[in-house]
Design a protein around this ligand. Structure first.
Ligand code: ADP
Ligand code: MG
Length: 334
């Protein structure tokens, strides 16, 4: 029933920032080079993501918000990849059960854009309508939890939700230096995040987090395959971490595994302990890390919205990263 679907949807989508994560991942999956986010009331009233990706074909629009409708399982390897990230074709469907979802999209070869609105997994009866537009897709999610009072009441204030939305977007912007990101509150001309395509990750981090962060970053890059004899796992690390001149009361720990934003508490703790031991005066670190692991080794535990990950050889990998970090910080300290 719709009530059951609504409850299930509320488990997948529980606040604007995690809806945003899904929308941004879709835009990136669609090959977007530019992603613009607009919110009203921190996303509680409106969350809009506009991209210049490959768009959705008109014939695919009716199924856009259908459960398990995904265009992304095409090859067998994809299946493993998809399973490792838990759920497919659930995000837009879930949003349509707990919010007013609309899509405006234009795919290559189309003569005009098309707009459709969705309720409870289905395209609304008035159907898809032609509209002026450009290549790409804009998804709007309005009035989140208009039909689930308890969930709506659990939403935080506009400013709290907005800062979570911004945080998620900043993190994707940190990863994808090849994509331009903006984030703005509806009606405000000044964007709170504006990152043109960056030349390097340091420049990108400076655009996002400011010069204090960017000034004192060390590279944490390595490839475990290069030391095959010692390790029986594949791991590639591409990271930037703060040095001794960076001071903050709060840890910023940005972790991507295979381009998906995740959390890994043991890895975060391990990194913090290295800083506490080597740079105690620097207080809390800034850490950006992108790990690449074989897809089949990564497992998102328990539930789609749980960002906490588990992966094969986790302890050994955490230890290895910890020891590389130690070396880097000791070198800067001397
Ligand atoms: P999934 O991403 O797991 O496939 P979603 O519910 O997030 O499931 O999206 C459903 C489908 O809608 C996608 O598989 C894709 O075909 C299409 N889609 C969603 N967002 C976009 C977008 N921004 N650009 C192009 N296609 C999109
Ligand atoms: Mg998706």
């Amino acid at each position: 029933s719709d009530v059951v679907n609504r409850v299930a949807a509320g488990e997948v989508i529980h606040r604007p920032s995690n809806a945003l994560k899904e929308l941004v991942e879709n835009s990136l999956d669609a090959g977007a080079k530019s992603i613009a986010v607009t919110t009203r009331e921190g996303g509680n009233k409106l969350l809009r993501v506009q991209d210049d990706g490959h768009g959705v074909r008109i014939e695919d629009l009716p199924l856009l918000c259908e459960r398990h409708a995904t265009s992304k399982i095409e090859k067998f390897e994809d299946l493993a990849r998809c399973e490792s990230f838990g759920f497919r074709g659930e995000a837009l469907a879930s949003m349509s059960y707990v919010a007013h979802v609309s899509a405006t999209t234009m795919a290559a070869g189309a003569t005009h854009a098309t707009r459709a609105t969705y309720t409870d997994g289905k395209m609304d009866a008035e159907g898809a309508k032609p509209i002026a537009g450009v290549l790409g897709t804009t998804i709007s999610v309005e009035n989140l939890f208009y039909n689930v009072v308890t969930r709506r009441k659990a939403l935080k204030s506009a400013s709290e939700e907005y800062s979570k939305v911004l945080e998620v977007l900043q993190r994707y912007a940190a990863l994808r230096t090849d994509v331009a990101f903006t984030c703005r509150k509806h009606g405000e001309s000044r964007a709170t995040l504006h990152t043109p395509v960056a030349q390097s990750r340091v420049e990108r981090l400076q655009a996002i987090y400011g010069p204090t962060v960017a000034r004192d970053l060390k590279k944490l890059d390595f490839d475990s395959e290069l030391s095959k004899k010692k390790f029986d796992f594949k791991l590639q690390v591409d990271g930037l971490v703060s040095g001794g001149n960076y001071h903050s009361k709060k840890t910023t720990f940005i972790l991507f595994i295979n381009s998906r934003l995740v959390e890994c508490a043991p890895l975060k703790r391990a990194c913090e302990s290295v800083y506490a031991a080597i740079l105690p005066k620097a207080e809390k670190p800034f850490v950006f890390m992108h790990l690449r692991l074989p897809f089949e080794d990564v497992d998102v535990n328990v539930h789609p919205t749980k960002q906490e990950v588990h992966f094969l050889h986790q302890e050994a990998i955490v230890e290895l990263i910890q020891s590389k970090l130690e070396k880097i910080l000791l070198a800067t300290n001397s």
